[in-house]
Ligand binder design. Structure first.
Ligand code: SAH
Length: 354
């Protein structure tokens, strides 16, 4: 059965699906879901992430982590956790770069990958043979932990609510027989979560809520508050001034219809950093940022690193310049992507946010 058939069958049985249910099934169905079927990341895949642009990205994250670890009195052992490691490139760069400047850091690190896709797990195990795997952050043992999540939260399913008259109604997805395609619809009744949504909104405004993302932010916060440590979340940020839907689909580096061919395209939604920050604070952590990725990387030292690399290998100068532009400039990932840290309130202030 194709994913389309699976979804239609469920809709005939249960009625329209929430956007979150549609997104979750399209991405994570164990046989027909996007992450089970496709090799998503890189030139030959559907999208390219910052660690795949250039090794400097991972080197900056390594510097950030090592700095925090030193200023936390070098706990040994500690947990080095990555959520959704993709092809494993970021952790590979982190371990290589950290190993060069602080071998005691890499020796003390117990690496954990939180990953649901079995195909990506295989690639990650080759990139980082020492990694241990789990599909849920809550299964990572307790202890001082440093957690990295790059373009992870944007893959977590979102619910959408549309302002219609005096009420918010949940946006749904249903199968339109006559036109043979999936279409958006609205739940027939106002949503009971309405009381938590802003009441000053225009007709047609859309808010997005991700219970999965909120749960992980709460988990990161209580982990940091209880056992010490910090996390670094980097992602495509939702603009709170634009109350519109941000569900998008990408295939072969092009935007496509998010309802067009479930399972064949990557689905993502921009991340609500303000919502994650509020959840993390309520769970007892301190929050640093969000701050634009470009400003964050420059504060940590990416320009200096680029200059040094170019001086060592003059032939790579153009490639380094273009990677720097892509990672730090507003027309690249520099301002649409934001960085935020959820940290132990008794620990040091993480670098890069002042
Ligand atoms: N961080 C990587 C990959 C980003 S793609 C990079 O920057 O290149 C998103 C990753 O998150 C993939 O590895 C995907 O399989 C994983 N993922 C998505 N949702 C997940 C979930 N709920 N639990 C664990 N992993 C998840």
């Amino acid at each position: 059965m194709t994913l389309q058939e699976i979804l239609i069958r469920r809709m005939r049985r249960d009625g329209a699906l929430s956007v979150a249910d549609f997104m979750g099934t399209a991405l994570f169905h164990p046989e027909q879901g996007y992450y089970a079927r496709r090799a998503p990341i890189g030139q030959a895949g559907d999208f390219t992430t910052a660690p795949e642009v250039h090794q400097m990205f991972g080197e900056m994250i390594a510097a950030w982590l090592v700095d925090y670890w030193f200023r936390s009195d070098r706990p040994d052992p500690f947990l080095l956790v990555e959520l959704g490691p993709g092809r494993g490139t970021l952790m590979q760069d982190i371990l290589r770069a950290a190993g060069g400047v602080a071998p005691s850091f890499t020796r003390a690190a117990e690496v954990w990958f939180v990953e649901t896709s079995s195909g990506l797990r295989r690639e990650q195990a080759v990139a980082v043979p020492a990694a241990r795997f789990t599909d849920d952050l809550s299964a990572v043992p307790a202890g001082f932990s440093l957690v990295v999540a790059n373009e992870f939260f944007d893959a977590l399913p979102i619910h959408q609510y549309v302002k219609t008259g005096r009420h918010w109604r949940e946006r749904t997805v249903t199968w339109d027989g006559p036109s043979s395609r999936f279409v958006f619809a609205l739940a027939p009744h106002p949503s009971p979560v309405t009381v938590h949504l802003p009441n000053v909104a225009d007709d047609g405004d859309i808010v997005e809520i991700s219970p999965a993302a909120q749960a992980i932010a709460a988990d990161l916060a209580s982990r940091a508050a209880t056992d010490g440590g910090t996390s670094l979340i980097i992602d495509y940020a939702r603009d709170p001034r634009e109350p519109c839907g941000t569900l998008q689909a990408v295939q072969s580096h092009r935007r496509v219809d998010p309802l067009g061919e479930p399972g064949a395209a990557d689905l993502s939604a921009r991340v609500d950093f303000q919502g994650l920050a509020a959840t993390a604070r309520a769970a007892g952590a301190s929050v640093h940022g969000p701050r634009a990725q470009g400003a964050f990387l420059e504060t940590v030292g990416i320009r200096e690193r680029g200059r040094r690399l170019a001086a060592m290998q003059p032939a790579t100068r153009d490639g380094i310049e273009s990677a720097l532009r892509r990672l730090t400039r507003p027309e690249g990932m520099g301002s649409r992507f934001q960085a935020m840290s959820i940290a132990c309130p008794r620990g040091p202030d993480p670098a890069g946010f002042a």
